[in-house]
Write a protein that binds this ligand. Structure first.
Ligand code: VGL
Ligand code: ZN
Length: 199
């Protein structure tokens, strides 16, 4: 059984959004078209409370893209984004949300960011997605979405480490690319055993 995992295709990660990923909206139609090829379609939704600890605005004298040390390790600070219930947190209006079997929200714990669809950034607190996939007998995952070097990367690495067969469709992702983050992410995904393809 195979699932398509669509990561964070939300307004705030698209042009004009609070944390816009260049060309983030270009992938939406091709993701929609791909949905029919899978046994299951799962969407993730970045879903932060106001004042979330990953926001630069929650820290004194910090600016977006500064890096701080949290109890669970280094954390990039972001502009306020994907606040629960906001327009920015909604999926891109053309994404075929109705096709989704499951929408998994993440980043709702005020103290811990959650890039991955599987674990919060402490790499320990589960989102529940692993159990969902295993109980449905899903063992092959294809990942698409935003951003390739953050949430897609963390999701793909965790999935590969958990033993899923993982393919990342790079042509259906877009990256933020902060200080070499894209090259590091590509190397890390391959190292973990995820396959990177462009078709
Ligand atoms: C993401 C930064 C902060 C992502 C989410 O979806 O890649 N990046 N929150
Ligand atoms: Zn976020």
């Amino acid at each position: 059984m195979q699932a398509l995992i669509v990561i964070d295709v939300q307004n705030d990660f698209c042009p004009e959004g609070a944390l816009a990923v260049p060309q983030g909206d270009e992938i939406v139609q091709d993701i929609n078209a791909l949905m029919a090829d899978f046994d299951a379609v799962i969407l993730t939704q970045d879903w932060h409370p106001a004042g979330h600890s990953s926001f630069a605005s929650a820290h004194k004298a910090k600016a977006p893209y500064d890096v701080i040390t949290m109890p669970y390790g280094p954390q990039v600070l972001w502009p306020d984004h994907c606040i629960q219930g906001s327009m920015g947190a909604k999926f891109h209006m053309e994404l075929q949300v109705d096709r989704a079997d499951l929408i998994i929200r993440k980043g709702f714990n005020p103290e811990i960011d959650s890039y991955s669809a599987f674990f919060e950034n402490d790499h320990q607190t589960p989102t529940g997605l692993e159990g969902y996939l295993r109980t449905r007998g899903i063992d092959k995952l294809t990942m698409v979405g935003l951003a390739l070097d953050f949430c897609v990367n963390f999701s793909a690495v965790d999935a590969a480490r958990l033993g899923f067969d993982v393919t990342v469709r790079e042509d259906l992702c877009r990256a933020i690319d902060l200080e070499g983050s894209l090259a590091a992410a590509r190397a890390g995904m391959q190292e973990a055993g995820a396959k990177l393809t462009t078709d």
